[in-house]
Design a protein around this ligand. Structure first.
Ligand code: CTP
Ligand code: MN
Ligand code: MN
Length: 499
């Protein structure tokens, strides 16, 4: 039902070995023999495109033989592809078409090989050109976070902290575009393995606009940026930052309270004209605890509680830690878990059962349960809202400090527990990989994965599915690796996704 008829057809046709060495299947356009370059494309995408082309009557050769007339590569810059081709000792390479994937996709759409035009060709870099090019052995930084490896070891923290202030200030001023621009710049800097020492180091970096560069230059030269310092000292910025630190309070509400003259949390609390929603009421009630970071030890203790609670519902529940802790962070603002059961449909009702049990244990301080609105027939969604449609809940749990490993008794504490924010999501088992990839984050990494899929691959990715617009098929995935392979991306480990 979920697979379209085309991919079902392809599966039926597939031989035991999915990509045989000889192109015997395609006979229709015998004069055109295609070779798909696996490097950067990935094995599974290459297999998929090979089957697709053959189903349309194209000859696809698995080896770079003398018969190949059209070499097709995806995501390979000329300065990388050509030296690689030359190493393969391809006969008559200079008389072979070396083409970008656009030729292939246009041909698939047309159902026949389209004539080769100049814009399809990946031109051989000329020797002369090579000498005036910057040193191509230097790795180029991609504009997409999903093509960068970003660990928590940020060598440019002084710069990224400053640019984050600008991004946040733009967010408070409702300038989404500028905010996103600065967040992209921050993300590029976070991926660098060395600290920038002068502005010249930044000339080849993507996503750095003039404003970002000015701030970087100021900081590298004077140690700080007057523009950033002014924002940090600004009363409005400080107040909005404080108000949005409350669970349930976004920039809009914060701005509303600021405009009526409120400046502190006490003033908000004692103002009788303000009506809190349930989330904000909990946010204020447990502010002291949930504004403090959650530690790994606390996250583990929460994991044990959820595991025990969920096992009452079914012995087959799998609990996976996701979010920031899955990316190796030592602190988080909450703990995120994915709960799955192998039996299709059994995830319905899993979270309400967990919530009920937590309540009966007396450790549920707050719960916002959202029923599943997931519907296979409504995919692919072209609206990439932040929320997905799976059954989920946002909780505040009462964590007994005695359950936390290595926790020293603190006599200054009035109580022996801490309120901790916990998010749970329960997707159907066959959606697990998409959900995990979406919830592991970081937010910037997710944004760029989706942007990359759409702009570079003609695919739609969200927390539910991956859809190929060229072939009108949903691409199935059991693991995160499968999704990266479908996208023709090198696999990026969770701890390298701190973009
Ligand atoms: N997310 C999502 N849908 C939601 C909520 C969150 O896809 N309804 C994703 C976010 O895009 C993010 C990840 O889940 O990538 C985790 O969200 P969050 O807990 O807010 O951030 P963390 O990266 O875990 O950071 P922290 O350590 O501060 O919690
Ligand atoms: Mn989190
Ligand atoms: Mn979360």
């Amino acid at each position: 039902m979920f697979q379209t008829s085309l991919s079902t057809l392809l599966r039926k046709r597939r031989r035991p070995e999915s990509t045989p060495a000889h192109p015997q299947q395609g006979k229709k356009f015998g004069e055109v023999i295609v070779y798909l370059v696996e490097r950067r494309m990935g094995k599974s995408r290459r297999n998929f495109l090979t089957s697709l082309a053959r189903s349309k009557g194209f000859c696809v050769d698995n080896t770079l033989s003398a018969e190949v007339t059209h070499i097709v590569a995806e995501g390979n810059p000329a300065h990388e592809l050509w030296p690689w081709l030359q190493e393969q000792d391809v006969p008559h390479l200079d008389n072979t078409n070396v083409l970008d994937i656009t030729w292939f996709t246009e041909s698939m759409r047309a159902g026949r090989p389209v004539p080769v035009e100049e814009q399809h060709r990946i031109q051989k870099p000329s020797l002369q050109l090579k000498t005036c090019l910057p040193d191509t052995s230097l790795p180029t930084v991609s504009q997409y976070a999903c093509q960068r490896r970003t660990t928590l070891d940020n060598r440019n923290k002084v710069l990224t902290d400053a640019l984050e202030v600008l991004a946040e200030n733009y967010e408070f001023n409702d300038s989404k575009g500028s905010c996103l621009g600065f967040r992209r710049a921050v993300s590029v800097l976070k991926s660098l393995t060395t600290a920038l020492s002068c502005l010249q180091d930044a000339v080849d970096l993507p996503c750095l606009g003039e404003e970002s560069k000015m701030v970087i230059e100021e900081i590298l030269e004077c140690g700080s940026s007057s523009r950033v310092d002014n924002i940090l000292a600004d009363e409005r910025y400080q107040t909005l930052k404080l108000f949005t630190s409350v669970f349930g309070v976004g920039p809009k509400t914060a701005e509303k309270w600021y405009r009526i003259g409120l400046r502190s949390l006490e003033q908000i609390h004692s103002n009788s004209s303000i009506h809190f929603n349930r989330m904000q009421a909990a946010g204020f009630l447990y502010y002291e605890d949930i504004s403090k970071p959650v530690t790994i030890a606390e996250a583990k203790a929460v994991g044990c509680i959820i595991e025990e609670t969920a096992s009452c519902y079914s012995s087959n529940v799998t609990i996976s830690l996701t979010g920031g802790f899955c990316r190796g962070k030592e602190f988080g603002h909450d703990v995120d878990f994915i709960l799955t059961v192998p039996e299709p449909g059994k995830e319905d009702g899993l979270l309400p059962a967990v919530i009920d049990t937590l309540r009966s244990q007396g450790i549920l301080l707050y719960s916002d349960f959202q029923e599943s609105t997931f519907d296979l027939n409504k995919l692919p969604s072209r609206r990439f809202e932040a929320m997905d449609h799976f059954e989920k809940c946002f909780l505040i749990l009462k964590l007994q400090m005695g359950l936390v490993e290595g926790q020293q008794a603190d006599p200054s504490r009035r109580r022996d527990w801490k309120a901790v924010r916990v998010d749970l999501v329960a997707p159907p088992a066959d959606r697990y990989a998409f959900c995990l990839l979406g919830w592991t984050g970081s937010t910037q990494f997710e944004r760029d994965l989706r942007r990359f899929a759409r702009l570079e691959r003609g695919m739609l990715l969200d927390n539910h599915a991956l859809y190929d617009k060229t072939t009108n098929t949903f691409l199935q995935a059991k693991t995160e690796e499968d999704i990266f392979a479908h996208l023709g991306l090198d696999y990026i480990e969770p701890w390298q996704r701190n973009a």
